[in-house]
Design a protein around this ligand. Structure first.
Ligand code: MRU
Length: 373
């Protein structure tokens, strides 16, 4: 998508084999590119959330495995790759895209192949090609999510006869969370680009404020009308008929359609059901985890440091970026990053193959090959 009129992806390979990313920790006040040269650079970028969002974490880890193939010693090539895979997988537990991408890289590099004869340069070239393919597929899947989701927005727009369609989203599931286009925001961009009037309610998404920092920034860059709201405003807006549709992203969706997403999503889903507002979850199939069924019992929920709750970072009137404490010095905090919305609250899932019910049979019909695990 565009930044100041120029097209960017969130991640790409430089000619010298290093990986370039948009540093999302610096947004929205500073647009900065960073180069990652080593597996350790990639580990830190994911762990410290210079890159974040399910699809982007997966693509970044895939490029990390390419760097691992460059770093691996010929005498211990497989062991070095497996060690890098474990390191990268340990960074963030909830988004299934991370392990999915790392495992796909391992598989395509034949680490289970016991013949012992390896052409290391050929494997390195293969690692580069597969990582690039994972990134390209992510962008392509998100583009298709946009096309499918557009039909939902168009149907509401027709009913509203030109009055803007109000869409509520949470966190950032826009292009910054993927390689391009986004999941929840892809239908919004598709609608905007085809001339449908849309307006987005952007939840700020405490504690890290991905809504305020990232979603508001990328919608603004694209010219999409939006307003920032506090996280607790969603219920009020739905009660007062100010939301036509909720679309969120997902970090992991189980085979029966339970969806993990940024903490606070579950409360919005309850409010949507109570107020009969359609609640859709958008995801590429790399976010599907058919090995899990009951999301609440099975999806690992990341718990992050309490400092993210106790402190807030922003720009002062003088233009300096500062971090301030918002609670008493002695107050401790807990910080769960995600919650699980049970499938019964989800009107439908929007994926690259179309829209389906959040339900095992419907998901299996759309992705039959994924049911064999
Ligand atoms: O902690 P983050 O920023 O990596 O969280 C991921 C998210 O941005 C959201 O949960 C998002 O809606 C799903 S990822 C596309």
């Amino acid at each position: 998508m565009n930044v100041n009129g120029k097209h960017y992806r969130t991640i790409w390979l430089n000619d010298d084999g290093s990986v370039r990313i948009i540093n999302q920790a610096a947004l929205p006040h500073c647009f900065e590119l960073l180069d990652l040269h080593t597996v350790e650079d990639v580990r830190r970028a994911i762990k410290d959330m210079y890159v974040r969002g399910a699809g982007l974490i997966g693509a970044c880890a895939a490029f990390g495995m390419y760097l691992a193939a460059l770093e691996a010693r010929p005498a211990s090539f497989v062991q070095d790759l497996v060690a890098a895979a474990c390191l990268l997988k340990s960074t963030r537990p909830t988004a299934s895209n991370l392990a999915w991408a790392v495992d796909r890289m391992l598989l395509s590099l034949g680490v289970n192949d016991k013949d012992g004869v390896r052409d290391i340069e050929r494997l390195r070239a293969r690692a580069r090609a597969i990582a690039q393919q994972i990134a390209d597929e992510d962008a392509d899947a998100c583009k298709r999510i946009g096309e499918h989701g557009l039909s939902l927005i168009k149907a509401i727009a027709t009913r509203k006869n030109g009055v803007p369609v109000n869409i509520l989203t949470h966190c950032n599931a826009g292009w910054l969370a993927f390689v391009d286009y986004g999941s929840a925001l892809a239908p919004v961009y598709a609608a905007f680009d085809s001339g449908v009037a849309v307006h987005v309610w952007v939840g700020e998404t405490r504690p890290r404020n991905q809504g305020a920092n990232l979603t508001a920034w990328e919608l603004g860059q694209h010219g999409v009308s939006h307003d920032l709201i506090v996280d607790n405003a969603g219920g009020y807006l739905m009660q007062n008929k100010m939301v036509d549709l909720v679309i969120t992203g997902a970090d992991r969706v189980t085979r029966r359609g339970d969806a993990a997403n940024k903490i606070g999503t579950y409360l919005k889903a309850i409010a949507a059901k109570e107020n009969k507002v359609p609640f859709y979850v958008a995801l590429p199939s790399s976010t599907l985890d058919f090995a899990m069924d009951d999301g609440i019992a099975e999806i690992p929920i990341e718990e992050r440091g309490g400092d993210e709750v106790c402190y807030i970072t922003g720009k002062t009137a003088g233009g300096a970026i500062e971090t301030v404490r918002i609670c008493p010095d002695a107050t401790s905090a807990r910080n769960w990053g995600f919650d699980v919305t049970p499938a019964r609250y989800i009107t439908g899932l929007i994926s690259e193959r179309g829209i389906c019910a959040a339900e095992a049979t419907a998901l299996a019909a759309l992705y039959p090959e994924r049911t064999k695990y």
